[in-house]
Design a protein around this ligand. Structure first.
Ligand code: 4NP
Length: 150
């Protein structure tokens, strides 16, 4: 089982969108695949809240209708559980390192290595966020399938 967790600040916009998009990508590729996909926050700000309605709306527009979610905070103990811990921007990475202390197994990285996914909570641009997250998820999935197959 390959376990992936997407992480952002509030876990109500970017990381749940990534979770939903990645679940669909995997489903399309191999319906009984051995992947587990989650998402988490680095802050307790939105704890227990559902995905932000405009993010939910954007997913629906793209054909993802069945995604339900409640914001949860990433905790230090989860470091060992996940194989890949994927932040959306540099500050997510800094916050994750702060939570876990260090990353000896190099599990923590950004969805797109040299790019920060702008937070649509602030930009209000959910289409751009969707496009970037989808592109990042596709590339990331290809990379890990290749790596895991080696
Ligand atoms: P996200 O967006 O990190 O993409 O889920 C945010 C949502 C809520 C807040 C910040 C970012 N907030 O401060 O409540």
């Amino acid at each position: 089982m390959i376990k992936i967790v997407f992480v952002c600040l509030g876990n109500i916009c970017r990381s749940p969108m990534a979770e939903a998009i990645m679940k669909r990508l995997i489903q399309n590729q191999s319906p009984d695949s051995q992947f587990l996909i989650d998402s988490r926050a680095t802050s307790i700000e939105e704890l227990g809240n559902p995905i932000y309605p405009p993010a939910q709306q954007k997913l629906r527009e793209k054909g993802i209708h069945d995604f339900t979610h409640k914001s949860q905070v990433f905790c230090k103990e989860e470091y060992d559980y996940y194989d890949y811990i994927i932040g959306m921007d540099d500050s997510n990475i800094r916050d994750l390192i702060h939570i876990v202390g260090s990353d000896p197994k190099k599990k923590i990285c950004k969805l797109i290595e040299n790019h920060n996914i702008a937070d649509p909570w602030y930009t209000r641009n959910f289409e751009v966020a969707y496009q970037e997250i989808e592109q990042g998820c596709k590339a990331f999935l290809e990379k890990i399938i290749k790596r895991e197959g080696e």
